[in-house]
Structures are given as C-alpha cells and as structure tokens.
Design a protein around this ligand. Structure first.
Ligand code: SF4
Ligand code: SF4
Length: 160
C-alpha cells in the first residue's frame, strides 16, 4: 500500500492459490523454484490451469485484475483489535514430553516453567504472549489457546 513499485512475490508459494494470495496483496509476478525442482515442470501446467479456472470463476478477464485487490483489507498494526490470548494445558492429556517448555523457553518467551521431577509444564500467563508455538509442538493436543475478546472467551486448538 505504501509503495509504488513492481513487487515480485517469492518464498513459500507452492500452488496457484498461493500465487493468487501473493497477487492480491500486490505482487504482479510470483516466482516458483522449489515446486518445479521437486515435482517437475508439469507443475507449471497445474499453475496455469488453476489460475485460469479461478479467473473464470471469479469473473476476472486478466490476472492483473487480482493484483492489489486485497490491499484495502490490510490494516495498520495500531488499528488491529488485539484479543488477549493465553496458552492452557490439559493435564489429563499431557504426557510430560517437555516439547512445549523447550519451544517456549528457547523461542524466547520463557512463559512455561518445567518441573523435571513431575515432568509437568506450567504456563505463566503474565509472560505468555499467545504465540501458540507450544500448541503447535504438543504431540498429543494437550494445549489449546484461550482467547478473550470483548469479554467473551473462546478456544482454538491445533487441528491435525
Ligand atoms: S503461547 Fe507462546 S508464549 Fe504462551 S506459553 Fe505457549 S509458547 Fe509460550
Ligand atoms: S508438549 Fe504437550 S504433552 Fe508435552 S509436556 Fe507440553 S503439554 Fe505435555
């Protein structure tokens, strides 16, 4: 939104949907490297046909009509409503692997303490930033995130 230059989207695009998302936020071209290296040049046909179908379905006459389409939805950080999000551990499911402790500790937030005798993690909510890294590394889905927004509470958990 803030620059008037040609933007090239690269790093992480793996299918035509990714390309559309890059374009919607301003990229007028998208680069693919790992995709054809891994799955061969036939992937270019898939990219092309996926994009063609999408354009037709959405009523666009040119890929350039997608470029920047979603920019109006992007807000400045200070305008975002930030819910309070905290990690919550279900001790009935926890197997004491310690992965959440390692992720939080080594990731820098240091919001989980670890009882090495009981093999039990405990979340310090004052330090928890709600990054959800612990939830993502837990092998048994024992962690969910509690989100408080407008005094309403809801939970989200890793989907496997
Ligand atoms: S959500 Fe992030 S900061 Fe909070 S306990 Fe989990 S890893 Fe630590
Ligand atoms: S990652 Fe999950 S299973 Fe492992 S200690 Fe943490 S809560 Fe328990």
């Amino acid at each position: 939104k803030n620059v008037d230059i040609v933007i090239s989207g690269n790093g992480g695009a793996f299918n035509w949907r990714d390309a559309v998302e890059f374009m919607a936020v301003g990229a007028s071209n998208v680069q693919f490297c790992t995709l054809p290296m891994h799955y061969g040049f036939r992937t270019i046909r898939d990219l092309r046909s996926g994009l063609e179908h999408y354009l037709k379905e959405m009523g666009f006459t040119s890929p350039m009509e997608i470029v920047g389409k979603a920019l109006k939805n992007i807000k400045n950080q200070e305008d975002l409503v930030k819910p309070e999000t905290k990690s919550e551990i279900n001790y009935d499911k926890c197997i004491g692997c310690g992965l959440c402790f390692a992720a939080c500790n080594d990731g820098g937030h240091m919001a989980i303490s670890w009882d090495s005798e009981l093999r039990k993690p405990t979340v310090n909510e004052d330090k928890c930033t709600g990054c959800a890294m612990c939830m993502q590394v837990c092998p048994v889905d024992a962690i969910r995130m509690r989100e408080k927004f407008d005094s309403k509470v809801h939970y989200f958990a890793e989907r496997r």
